[in-house]
Design a protein around this ligand. Structure first.
Ligand SMILES: [Ca+2]
Ligand SMILES: [Ca+2]
Length: 281
């Protein structure tokens, strides 16, 4: 561009030399030419700046177009992936709902287990208490048993056996008199425990003599002890065929007696036999 301008100036100068000869005119023209050259240079610089700006603008425009394309592509991508996100969101919500249900179920289960545990603990405490009571009862019974087995001290003429005092009379009375005598002594006409060792003790002191005991079926036709407690029949304690309620005249046999054999018979109550009284502690 500068070259072009210089050629133009030179042609102008040559043309001017041909046309104008005076020196002052030439100097004046040269100044004009320089002024024009400066103006042309300024225009050239301005043109170059404008061209540079235009290039920047083009570049910015291209960048904007690229950016717009990228945004459009991104938007399309977002639109394409939107169903996926929607589905994912739905699944996540469902999972959260399921988690809430599970959490509620687990909490309920834990509460039920806690109640069961408390109930079991309570039952266990009650059971422990019962076991403790039973242990105490067993200890108490054991102590009583030991006490009951211990021999007691009896008044003169009475025999001690375990926790009882026995009186084997040397005189004979009818059954009713014998009952009343024992009662007057603070005792009972003999009430026997169904115990082989006690039977052996009694036989040791009765055989070969007969003794009234506290058994009768006089009022009820059912054998009962003198304290009105029921008697449980044990035929092994009776003589063969007894009790037979044998009738003599108008009288039947209604009173129990240990005979000289050491076994029981029902006899007529008015007969006088020896008798046995017992005080049990
Ligand atoms: Ca009878
Ligand atoms: Ca009989």
């Amino acid at each position: 561009m500068k070259l072009l301008m210089s050629v133009v100036v030179l042609m102008y100068v040559v043309a001017a030399e041909d046309v104008m000869s005076p020196t002052l005119d030439i100097i004046s023209e040269i100044k004009k030419i320089k002024t024009m050259e400066e103006k042309l240079n300024a225009l050239y610089d301005e043109f170059r700046e404008l061209r540079s700006k235009n290039e920047v603008h083009t570049e910015v425009k291209n960048l904007m177009n690229s950016l717009s394309s990228a945004v459009s592509a991104l938007n399309d991508a977002v639109l394409n992936t939107n169903p996926f996100f929607s589905q994912l969101t739905s699944r996540t919500r469902n999972k959260l709902k399921q988690n809430d249900c599970w959490k509620s179920s687990i909490q309920t289960d834990q509460q039920n287990k806690q109640r069961d545990f408390e109930s079991l603990s309570s039952s266990l405490s009650a059971l422990k208490s019962s076991v403790s009571d039973l242990t105490s009862s067993v200890a108490s019974l054991s102590s009583k048993q030991q006490t009951s087995d211990a021999p007691v001290t009896c008044k003169s003429g009475w025999i001690s056996y375990k926790s009882s005092c026995f009186f084997f009379s040397s005189n004979a009375l009818n059954w009713t008199e014998a009952r009343d005598y024992c009662k007057a002594q603070g005792a009972l006409l003999l009430k026997i425990q169904d115990d082989d060792r006690e039977w052996a003790f009694l036989n040791h002191h009765t055989i070969p003599t007969s003794y009234w005991v506290g058994l009768t079926d006089q009022t009820t036709d059912q054998w009962r002890w003198v304290d009105d407690t029921p008697y449980t029949m044990n035929k092994e304690r009776w003589n063969p065929g007894q009790p037979d309620d044998w009738k003599l005249g108008e009288e039947r046999e209604d009173c129990g007696v240990i005979t000289n054999t050491g076994k029981l018979n029902d006899g007529h109550c008015y007969i006088k036999f020896r008798f046995i009284c017992r005080v049990q502690f």
